[in-house]
Design a protein around this ligand. Structure first.
Ligand code: MG
Length: 307
């Protein structure tokens, strides 16, 4: 389990990356058997990780106390991205039901958002919760474009936006200038919101970048600027460490970017990577969703605590 897996390893693009990893530490493949792994989220109290296997319509659970993997929820409504809110509750994007939900402590499901202006959402993809309790999610059309990871349907809204759900429950468009908004994460001080656009999936000239928006005190966003263009495939889901580095999915593994978007290094993974999250008691372990498999690697950095 701890031997070198073919196709893995660290690649340094800038000497600053050398302090981020431990030279002899290897990438581990924890489990294989998914069709499309996405949406990892760490639960500190339970010492387990949940992640989505979207086409198989299930959420899987990796138990860090014994290394076992089991089915957490099936059917999952083709759930994609997840996060935990400030009360430690699971918040999920569901393709099939075209909604964002919260799983309460008693196991019941609360719908957080399923429409904007009376029209159904497309297929929420990824979600984050800000410290003020607001919930931010992206709504590209991947879950309604085909039946593989949702159900084919027309877009009622006719566009793919970034949304903010106020603690009052009101759903507003936070940004309307994306082609396919996807992964998103706040900077450690929440002054910036980073959002990936994966518009290149359906247009060779489409975006494959991460943008940063200034976050205003009133909950609105300032004008965004592109901080990084993906050099291998596209940026899907990503997370930040406490120093503000961006650890993002890409076609050849995980790319590590400075807060300004400079590529300083890579973790090679032998499968397409869709998303990552920090976990473990010290949040110094990066969990990596690589198509059929769940990988992890201990790093010399710590993730931003989600709660
Ligand atoms: Mg995504």
């Amino acid at each position: 389990m701890y031997g070198e897996i073919e196709g893995t390893g660290f690649e340094v693009h800038d000497p600053a990356f050398e302090a981020c990893f431990i030279g002899h530490v290897r990438v581990e493949r924890l489990w294989s058997g998914a069709r499309w792994s996405e949406g990892p989220v760490w639960f500190a109290a339970g010492q387990y990780l949940l992640w989505s296997d979207i086409p198989n319509n299930r959420i899987l659970r990796f138990d860090d106390t014994d290394g076992s993997v089991s089915v957490f929820r099936a059917p999952s409504n083709n759930a994609n991205g997840h996060t935990v809110d400030r009360q430690g509750r699971l918040v999920s994007c569901e393709h099939l039901t075209r909604r964002v939900t919260r799983t309460e402590h008693n196991g019941s499901i609360t719908v957080i958002a399923d429409a904007w202006d009376g029209k159904r959402l497309n297929s929420p993809n990824d979600v984050v919760v800000k410290s003020d309790g607001s919930i931010w999610f992206t709504d590209p059309s991947y879950g309604i474009l085909m039946d593989y990871e949702g159900a084919r349907a027309e877009s009622e809204i006719g566009a793919c936006h970034l949304y903010r759900v106020d603690p009052s429950g009101d759903v507003t468009i936070a940004a309307d200038d994306y082609v396919k908004p996807n992964g998103l994460a706040f900077s450690p001080d929440e002054s910036l919101l980073y959002v990936a656009d994966t518009g290149i999936t359906h247009d060779v000239d489409g975006p494959k970048h991460i943008r940063a928006h200034p976050v205003r005190a009133d909950g609105t966003l300032g004008q965004s600027s592109v901080v990084a263009e993906c050099t291998e495939g596209l940026f899907d889901g990503f997370r930040l460490d406490r120093d503000g580095r961006i650890w993002t999915s890409a076609a050849d593994g995980v790319h590590c970017l400075t807060p300004e978007g400079k590529l300083i290094g890579k973790i090679h993974i032998p499968e397409l990577v869709a998303n990552v999250c920090f976990g473990g008691p010290k949040l110094n372990r990066l969990f990596i969703c690589g198509t059929t498999s769940l990988y992890s690697v201990f790093l010399n950095v710590n993730g931003v605590s989600p709660v």
